[in-house]
Design a protein around this ligand. Structure first.
Ligand code: PLP
Ligand code: COI
Length: 396
């Protein structure tokens, strides 16, 4: 068994040495005419597409755009980019993604700046995390440069769908990589498909920064095992969360917080995002460090900003009992950005057993540190604050 894995890994490693094409080269278009050499096509203008709603009223849902990008892995190598206008894919019914969950995805955003340029936030980090998800599930890694070129290509082609500067929205990019080849015995596929779909979005939780969400502690299910797959962005993690997530929402709690599976005593993360607690008096930014938490790119960025703001960042085990010591709690991630959490309830058998942790003076208002961190990360993303750390990738 071990030998098989080693052989597969070495095959995969040789795939990552595949040389990527130059930007905009060799792009073909499915279902439409062949793509005219994109180098010569001037970049369009963000916010000029016709939507079925106003840019200011966007939520977080699927919306058709001009195109999606696809790359297929066959015979041991990744092919060329293909642009498609079809939201459907033709997949073999024996695909390993469908049966065995050999699938992972990413989430990142493109922002329009005041001068009309468009910038993607930290795509390098998503390229790396996608690779770690692939390695964990024995899928071939997509070479880093190819990922970045694909991001550039798909945003370029859908630039009209990037919400205009000032609307508060962003173009959400959802890269997805899965085993599309058929296998019926339990083993990795020999064919894979990589897709990037894009859509204009705004707030994930209704009201965004202005309305703190009520959270619930999920005590009857675990999200991820200590040596499982919680630290990579694989599809199965989200399947495991569907039931607890829907139950939480039905009970009136839009966001659910998981504890560690082994001891149920440490805070792990929310279904959609990382957990951050603020101790205002001691100026501390506290976030769980665990092998079963997804390493959030937003959290990593906020930690840097928090240090810049003079906060002490503590990434460590965070005990459930510590909840009552936080003055502010936030959920952070690409989709949720920085979402204030007003309260977290631990339901008991009876009302007397139920504990509700509340944060800040009022559960209706966002705390000052949450607001400051939100404002700063947003200002960088929208080009209003200098990008000192080189986090933005400009679409060209
Ligand atoms: N945790 C989970 C479970 C997530 O799904 C996400 C979203 O991607 C995050 C955390 C936040 O990660 P990031 O900031 O990289 O989007
Ligand atoms: C993201 O933030 O990009 C995610 O993938 C989270 C998802 C639950 C919407």
């Amino acid at each position: 068994m071990r030998l098989t894995s080693a052989l597969l890994f070495s095959a995969i490693a040789s795939v990552s040495a595949f040389t990527a094409p130059t930007p905009h080269a060799q792009v073909s278009r499915l279902n439409t005419q062949l793509h005219v050499a994109a180098e010569t096509k001037p970049l369009g203008k963000p916010g000029t597409a016709k939507l079925d709603t106003d840019w200011k009223d966007l939520g977080f849902e699927f919306r058709p755009t001009k195109s999606n990008l696809r790359i297929t892995y066959k015979n041991g190598e990744w092919g060329e980019f293909e642009m498609s206008e079809d939201p459907y894919i033709n997949v073999h019914m024996g695909a390993t993604a469908l049966h065995y969950g050999q699938a992972c995805f990413e989430g990142l955003k493109a922002f329009a700046h005041e001068d009309g340029s468009v910038h993607v936030f930290r795509p390098d980090e998503n390229a790396k995390r996608l690779q770690s998800s692939c390695e964990r599930t024995l899928m071939p890694v997509l070479p880093h440069d190819k990922f970045i070129e694909a991001i550039n290509e798909v945003v370029r082609d859908n630039i009209e769908y990037v919400p205009p500067y000032g609307s508060g929205g962003a173009l959400y990019l959802r890269p997805l990589l899965f085993g599309s080849g058929a296998r019926i015995g339990l083993q990795p596929a020999d064919e894979y498909t990589f897709i990037i779909m894009v859509m204009p979005v705004a707030d994930y939780y209704k009201g965004g920064l202005s309305s703190p969400v009520d959270g619930i502690l999920i005590t009857d299910f675990d999200r991820a095992a200590p040596r499982g797959v919680g630290n990579v962005k694989v599809a199965g993690n989200y399947a495991a969360d569907m039931l607890p997530n829907m139950r939480s929402k039905k009970a009136g709690f839009p966001i659910g917080l998981y504890l560690d599976a082994a001891t149920q005593s440490n805070i792990e993360e929310f279904s959609t995002s990382n957990f951050v607690g603020i101790d205002s008096e001691n100026k501390k930014y506290v976030t769980p460090k665990s092998s079963s938490v997804l390493p959030s790119i937003t959290n990593k960025s906020l930690m840097k900003i928090a240090e810049d703001e003079g906060l002490t960042v503590e990434a460590r085990d965070v005990l459930l009992e510590e909840l009552e010591t936080f003055d502010e709690v936030m959920a952070c991630g690409t989709a949720v950005v920085v979402t204030p959490v007003g309260s977290i309830t631990k339901l008991g058998e009876t009302d007397e057993d139920t504990v509700k942790y509340t944060f800040g003076e009022s559960q209706e208002e966002v705390g000052p540190i949450t607001r400051r961190l939100y404002d700063r990360v947003r200002a960088i993303q929208y080009g209003e604050e200098e990008d000192k750390n080189g986090w933005l990738y400009k679409i060209n």
